[in-house]
Design a protein around this ligand. Structure first.
Ligand code: PMP
Length: 364
């Protein structure tokens, strides 16, 4: 069987070493004699895991003490509602910076709970993050929402916006744990785990304490950050196994040397792919502005200008035969998408790069 190189955008590859650890503790969690799958979330064993995973998140991101770390259900999309439900009550309106497909969906969901001000002019083609001097921020907004990495469109923020004291809320679903960030610049950061942090089921939410206690009365308890913070994320039965996986993945990141090491590697991996694109005379092409090209989701088309679907099919078929899998672009944008999250190795990427070069040569 050929060696598999998994470039999925999420759920995506997990580090091999983490699978070895998970296998060992699957039926005997930390010496309890039973699996975590059959353990109470109110047990000492789970209380320890809950604390261990919070500790590693706090350590990797250097999370200040005045921020709560929550493990919630409902995925990234659950937070599209949780954010307005928990924060919009202060003024009844919120600013949304729509720079791609996911932030557009977040804005659409928020409209159910209050007034949404679109900070940028509407577009159906996302290619860059406009300079902040052009943004129409409302000083009366309860918060400003951004998506720091648009997984489908391959667009990543290269700066932290200055929101002049209005709390900044960021969906980091696809670039959480890819580099160090200054958490103190944000009011709330959230993200699903199934990309760079583990498997689907748990959503990591980091919230500044002064932003608690203002949820709308209609906010369901399971989306209420304050209620979840008060009960240390065991308000209801949490997605315990997903939290176990996230903990083991983040402890692995820590053992590799932490987020500076991950950032260096991810830049190296994505540069390898972008270099092939740049040097292909337009055979491989991306319309994303250089400054905003994502380091972990790289969508591109094949076959000059608009993309040749037959050629892209052939590319995907040939890739699969070599074990290079989950490369099909999101159906909304088509083409190919390479994801270079932390668990993807430089060797995985080099194998893909050599296939991309061969494929281009064959069709030059
Ligand atoms: N935000 C971003 C940036 C995402 O990439 C995704 C998932 N692809 C989501 C939100 C939604 O996450 P979930 O599927 O866990 O609801």
């Amino acid at each position: 069987m050929v060696k598999i190189h998994n470039f999925g955008a999420g759920p995506s590859k997990l580090p091999e070493e983490v699978y070895e650890i998970l296998k060992q503790e699957f039926t005997d969690f930390e010496g309890t004699g039973i699996s975590l799958l059959e353990t109470s979330h109110r047990s000492p064993a789970y209380a320890k895991l809950n604390k261990d995973v919070q500790d590693v998140v706090r350590k990797l991101l250097n999370v200040p003490n005045n921020y709560k770390i929550l493990f919630l259900s409902g995925g990234g999309q659950g937070q599209f509602s949780a954010v307005p439900l928990n924060l919009i009550s202060r003024t009844g309106s919120a600013d949304y910076v729509v720079t791609g497909t996911w932030s557009a969906i977040a804005a659409r969901d928020a409209r159910k709970y209050g007034k949404v001000n679109m900070v940028l002019p509407p577009t159906d083609r996302y290619v860059e993050i406009p300079d902040q001097s052009t943004w129409k921020l409302d000083p009366n907004a309860s918060y400003v929402h951004i998506c720091t990495n648009e997984t489908i469109d391959g667009i990543e923020f290269d700066f932290i916006p200055d929101t002049k004291g209005v709390p900044l809320v960021a969906d980091m679903s696809s670039n959480f744990m890819s580099k160090k960030i200054d958490v103190s610049k944000f009011g709330v950061i959230y993200g699903c785990a199934q990309k760079n942090m583990g498997t689907a089921g748990v959503t990591l939410v980091i919230v500044r304490e002064d932003l608690l206690n203002q949820a709308l009365p209609i906010c369901p308890s399971i989306l209420d950050w304050t209620a979840n913070a008060r009960s240390d994320s065991i308000l209801n039965t949490p997605p315990m196994y997903a939290i176990q996986v996230m903990g083991r993945v983040l402890q692995w990141v820590d053992r590799q040397g932490g987020l500076d090491v991950m950032a260096e590697l991810i830049t190296k991996k994505s540069s390898l792919i972008y270099d092939v694109i740049e040097n292909s005379n337009g055979f491989y092409n991306t319309s994303v502005a250089k400054k905003n090209r994502s380091r972990m989701n790289i969508p591109f088309r094949i076959g000059y200008v608009n993309g040749d679907e037959a050629l892209e099919e052939e590319f995907l078929k040939g890739a699969e035969a070599l074990g290079l899998i989950q490369l099909k672009g999101h159906s909304l944008v088509g083409g190919i998408r390479v994801s270079t999250y932390n668990a993807v190795t430089v060797e995985d990427v080099q194998t893909l790069v050599s296939y991309m070069k061969d494929f281009h040569k064959k069709h030059a």
